[in-house]
Write a protein that binds this ligand. Structure first.
Ligand code: NAD
Length: 265
C-alpha cells in the first residue's frame, strides 16, 4: 500500500492496544509517525519497533485529559512539522460502573478524554491539516457510539458525542481535500477493560471475558488502515456486535430485551 508513504501521521494513545498496532503497521509503509502517549518508556519502546521498519518517528508525552497538555503538544508538533496528513484520535478510556453510582468526576473525566480532547486537538491542528494536499481525520469511536450499553453510560455518551460532532463537521466541511473517518469497533482484545474506570474513578483492572474473546488489535488496526486509505466515512469492526447493531436499528424492543438479559463479563 502506497497511500501512507511519507505521510505525517499523528496517533494518540500509541503506547498500547489499537494505537500501538496502528503505529507498528503504518511504520512498515514508511510513514513519518508522530506518536503521543502518557508513558515515555512505552513510547520509546514503540518508537524503536517502528524505526526498525524504516519509519521516521517523533514521540511526545502528553496526558490528553489535561487541556493545557493538549495545547503544549500542539505547540511542539507545530514546531516540528509543517503539515499533518493523517490525524488518528485514538486515545480513550472506558467504564465499568452503573450510572447511578458513578461520580460526576468520573463522568467528566471520560468526556474530557474521549470527547473534548479529540475536538480540541483537531481544531488546534486544523491549520496543519489544511496544509496537507490530502488529509484524513480518523476518530476511534465504538459501537457504543451507536447504541447505549449497561455499565458504559459516560463512555457511550462520550462516543455518541464524538460521532455527532465529527459527523456534523464532515457535513459542513468545505475542504474537499479533508476526509473524515469514524471507526466503530466492537470488542477488541486490548487493555481497555483493564484501564476502564469504576464508579469511584479506580481502575477495573480485569481483562473481561468478552474482551478476551474480542478481535485481535492487529486485525482491527489493519481494517482501520484499509478503511482510511479507501476514504471510507464509517467503518464498523465487529463480530457478534453486528447482530446488536441490526436489532438496534430494525427491532429496537428485541435489542432492549436481549441486552438487559446479557451476562456482562
Ligand atoms: P488501550 O487501553 O489498550 O489503549 C488506550 C490508549 O489511550 C493507551 O495508549 C493509553 O495510554 C491512552 N490513554 C488513556 N488515557 C490517556 C490520557 N489521559 N492521555 C493520553 N493518552 C491516554 O485500549 P484500546 O482498546 O487500544 O483503545 C483505543 C481506542 O479504541 C479508545 O478510544 C477506545 O475507546 C476505542 N475502542 C476500543 C474497544 C475495545 O474493545 N478495545 C472497542 C471500541 C472502541
Amino acid at each position: 500500500m502506497q497511500y501512507f508513504k511519507h505521510k505525517n501521521i499523528l496517533i494518540t494513545g500509541a503506547t498500547s492496544g489499537i494505537g500501538k498496532e496502528l503505529a507498528i503497521q503504518l511504520a512498515k509503509q514508511q510513514a513519518t509517525l508522530i506518536l503521543v502517549g502518557r508513558n515515555n518508556a512505552q513510547l520509546l519502546e514503540v518508537k524503536k519497533t517502528c524505526e526498525q521498519s524504516g519509519a521516521k518517528v517523533l514521540v511526545y508525552q502528553a496526558d490528553l485529559i489535561k487541556m493545557n497538555e493538549v495545547e503544549l503538544l500542539v505547540a511542539k508538533v507545530t514546531e516540528a512539522v509543517n503539515k499533518i496528513d493523517v490525524l488518528i484520535n485514538n486515545a480513550g478510556i472506558s467504564q465499568r460502573s452503573q450510572a447511578e453510582e458513578t461520580s460526576e468526576l468520573v463522568d467528566r473525566q471520560i468526556m474530557e478524554l474521549n470527547f473534548f480532547s479529540p475536538v480540541k486537538l483537531t481544531k488546534s491542528l486544523w491549520p496543519l491539516l489544511l496544509a496537507s494536499p490530502q488529509a484524513n481525520i480518523v476518530n476511534i469511536s465504538s459501537v457504543t457510539g451507536t447504541f447505549g450499553f449497561p455499565q458504559r453510560s459516560a463512555y457511550a455518551a462520550s462516543k455518541h458525542a464524538l460521532v455527532g460532532f465529527f459527523e456534523s463537521w464532515m457535513l459542513e466541511n468545505k475542504h474537499p481535500q479533508i476526509n473524515f473517518t469514524t471507526v466503530s469497533p466492537g470488542r477488541i482484545l486490548t487493555n481497555i477493560s483493564y484501564n476502564a474506570l469504576k464508579s469511584d474513578g479506580s481502575k477495573h483492572e480485569l481483562l473481561d471475558e468478552g474482551q478476551a474473546k474480542g478481535i485481535r488489535a492487529d486485525v482491527c488496526a489493519n481494517r482501520i488502515i484499509r478503511a482510511v486509505a479507501q476514504g471510507k466515512q464509517q467503518v464498523y469492526i465487529v463480530k457478534q456486535e453486528r447482530i446488536l447493531l441490526f436489532l438496534y436499528r430494525f427491532f429496537p424492543s428485541i435489542f432492549v430485551y436481549l441486552v438487559k438479559k446479557l451476562d456482562l463479563k
